[in-house]
Design a protein around this ligand. Structure first.
Ligand code: SF4
Length: 322
């Protein structure tokens, strides 16, 4: 295994919920509730789960867009709060909606040039050369530099957002649903672009998605999140061939056309995800798990090793092993 670039330990992020005329605190949403994982240099770790499971909040806490409530986030062994500006610029993010991440009044040139202007120390000519170089890297021409975001297609806008993120030589990029707002025909192009630039620059990705087909295509390892916790984490191949956790099995059961190829009993998820203000006791998945037993209501299962780099948080891990 290569060097650990990012290490997250027992990370927690709660959002207070207020109610009534005097906005009295009613409780907290446990968006991220004790999450631990490592990302190794050069790999792509996928983070999957239903909407509201906490995966996007987790990414924003890592980048310090939200303060954490507890836990550690270490980048190359240093707490992210101790990183200086140039070290922080090594951690970047590609957002789901490229239109939202670009200023509609700003031409493409300015959008890509901005990180260089903020960093300082670059001449006008150097910035121009960098912008044109980055446009070429993401498959666009110099002519695109003179356009506004609304003059571009969704795929082109996401290419611009990626070019901007590549400025100043990043090392670690969080991709938050980077293709889910795009047409299916464009998704593969953007995924291939992300793969190509990863190989060329030795980038490391944390790739967030609700789409298991997309994650399978691009990720080396995958972490499955439910209600603020990681339920299973494994190499991609092992997770798809032999998922251990009932929630992972339920997600894979729901992939269109997958029913005939499952190596386990199909699970149809029923009901909604419980409220993160008051998650179920014990195992958080127990209210939707077809295998739940009494112990599941009383004790929270730990992530337990069940194969090479494969961990699952389920009391019935060995009983259900397939
Ligand atoms: Fe289901 Fe119990 Fe395992 Fe949770 S611990 S996934 S409720 S069997």
């Amino acid at each position: 295994m290569t060097e650990v670039l990012l290490e997250v330990k027992e990370l927690k992020k709660y959002f207070p919920v207020a109610q009534g005329m005097f906005y009295r605190r009613k409780g907290v949403i446990r968006a991220v509730d004790g999450v631990s994982f490592q990302v190794h240099r050069g790999e792509t770790l996928g983070l999957v789960g239903e909407s509201g499971c906490g995966k996007s909040t987790l990414s924003r806490v890592i980048l310090q867009l939200f303060p954490r409530d507890a836990g550690e986030i270490r980048y190359r062994g240093r707490d992210v709060e101790e990183l200086d500006r140039s070290q922080r610029s090594k951690l970047r993010m590609v957002f789901q909606n490229p239109y939202g991440s670009l200023n509609p009044k700003e031409k493409v040139f300015s959008a890509i040039a901005e990180p260089y202007r903020i960093a300082g120390g670059y001449s006008r000519q150097q910035i121009e050369e960098e912008v044109l170089h980055l446009l070429g890297l993401v498959g666009l021409s110099p002519a695109h530099a003179r356009r506004y975001p609304h003059e571009l297609s969704g795929g082109q806008r996401q290419r611009i957002a990626i070019a901007r993120v590549l400025a100043l030589e990043p090392e670690f990029i969080i991709c938050d649903e980077p293709v889910s707002a795009l047409d299916v025909s464009i998704q593969a192009q953007i995924l291939n672009l992300l793969k190509d630039i990863q190989e060329e620059f030795g980038l490391t990705y944390l790739f967030i998605s609700h789409d298991l087909a997309v994650v399978k295509y691009i990720c080396d390892r995958i972490a499955v999140m439910y209600l603020g916790k990681i339920m299973e984490i494994a190499p991609a191949r092992a997770l798809y061939a032999k998922p251990k956790h009932p929630y992972t099995r339920a997600l894979l059961s729901a992939v269109p056309g997958a029913a005939d190829q499952l190596s386990f009993e199909r699970i149809v998820l029923e009901g909604d995800t419980p409220n993160a203000i008051d998650p179920p006791s014990g195992c958080r998945f127990r209210t939707r798990c077809p295998y739940a037993e009494e112990v599941c209501a009383h004790e929270e299962p730990d992530l337990t090793s069940c194969g090479t780099e494969h961990f699952s948080a389920c009391h019935l891990l060995h009983k259900l092993a397939g």
